[in-house]
Design a protein around this ligand. Structure first.
Ligand code: NAI
Ligand code: MG
Length: 365
């Protein structure tokens, strides 16, 4: 039996710092749970630009297409701000998403009880919260044609086009229903069918996929603006939310902040199944390269650690091991271990990135 393969792209800023902790956790699963991975590490973003003159080399792109899963830290930094658009670190990440055709972006919003009083909402509104937002990632208004700024009469007009085909809606709806089957069995689909034709089609196709293939899942539809309100009012009514690229961008950021810090938020981007049945997959924390704290050992590694937990669950069918890792993070938080981002202004000495990693490893043991 060959081991599953993992490509690690630490990237820039705090990326390598948080990824170093994940490497130790991957090693732990190999040593203690008999779950060994063949890990390769490579460059992305500014780190790749510094060496290769491009934010993602063709060789790295080819590797990403072959492995079972890619785990990415973060890209970007002020030293790259003046680069040509096509060479910017973010282009490396966008190329990965595009060429791997990662159409389903999974953003969990999960509130660890120990952090409930850290939310801007009342603790009882967020304690135990566990929602999954599935955002369509490769189509919609960020990609639709025509787009651009044009002359029209004696003024200019800026144009973007919301465009969705039935098959694009169908595949992301299926991803959402599959997830719901493994969770609380509910999907809420959000669009604006009241004012957008693409929303009417979205609603029809999601309903059809449900009726034909997932009748056992409970499906509801909501206008996306009402959905935003409901997320802030009573988020625990939701299990899986599926929505388009633009609304998903906004709603996933809203949902994320229900739970506290950027330093706690993982994500997964999934594509079509490969020959071995596993989906093409990229896992990454939601946060960026945090240049303001990079190189100081202050970064919270939990978002990246929890991204690896998602990889265990969605790429490697190791749901129990994923839960084991999530529980370890929960234990550490319950014990009061806090990196600086998880502390109120006057809180005592924060844990370093390494100390947080140590604590998670100790909890796993
Ligand atoms: P950011 O997420 O890097 O940082 C925002 C704030 O949150 C900062 O104050 C930072 O210190 C804090 N923060 C973020 N992650 C943290 C962690 N793990 N632990 C503790 N504190 C944390 O977003 P920002 O500042 O807007 O962007 C910085 C750079 O990152 C830019 O070059 C941007 O383009 C890039 N970026 C990259 C992303 C990616 O790689 N997926 C996503 C977002 C931004
Ligand atoms: Mg966003």
């Amino acid at each position: 039996m060959t081991n599953p393969t993992l490509l690690i792209l630490p990237g820039d800023g705090i990326g390598p710092e948080v990824m170093a902790e994940v490497r130790r956790i991957i090693d732990w699963f190999g040593a203690k749970r008999g779950l060994a991975f063949d890990v390769t590490e490579d460059l992305v973003g500014g780190a790749a630009y510094d060496v290769h003159g491009v934010p993602l080399s063709d060789e790295t792109m080819a590797k990403a297409q072959e492995v079972d899963a890619v785990l990415l830290g973060a890209v970007g930094g002020p030293q790259y701000d003046t680069l040509d658009f096509s060479l910017k670190p973010e282009r490396g990440l966008l190329r990965l998403r595009k060429e791997m055709d990662l159409f389903a972006n999974l953003r969990p919003a999960q509130c660890f009880d120990a952090l409930a009083d850290f939310s801007s909402l009342k603790p009882e509104v967020v304690a135990g919260l566990d929602i999954m937002i599935v955002r369509e990632l490769t189509s919609g208004v960020y990609f639709g044609e025509p787009r651009g700024i044009f002359e029209e009469g004696n003024e200019r007009v800026g144009i973007n086009t919301q465009r969705y085909t039935e098959s694009e809606i169908d595949r992301v709806a299926r991803a959402a229903f599959e997830l719901a089957k493994k969770r609380a069995g509910k999907v809420c689909s959000m669009e604006k069918a009241n004012v957008m034709e693409s929303g009417i089609l979205w609603r029809e196709v999601v309903q059809k996929v449900h009726d034909e293939s997932y009748p056992e899942v409970e499906l509801s539809h909501m206008y996306a603006d009402a959905g935003g309100m409901q997320l802030c009012r009573w988020p625990k009514q939701f299990d899986v939310i599926v929505t388009d690229n633009l609304f998903g961008d906004l709603l996933s950021d809203v949902a994320a902040m229900l739970t506290g810090s950027l330093g706690m938020l993982p994500s997964a981007s999934l594509g079509a199944p490969m020959a071995n049945g596993r989906p093409k997959a990229l896992y990454e924390p939601v946060h960026g390269s945090a240049p303001d704290i990079a190189g100081q050992g202050k970064a919270n590694p939990c978002a990246c650690i929890l991204s690896f937990a998602m990889a265990l669950r969605y790429s490697f069918d190791q749901g129990d091991e994923a839960t084991r890792l999530e529980k370890a993070v929960e234990t550490v938080l319950a014990d009061g271990v806090r990196t600086a981002d998880l502390m109120q202004a006057e809180g005592g000495a924060p844990a370093s990135t390494r100390q947080m990693g140590d604590a998670v490893l100790a909890a796993l043991d």
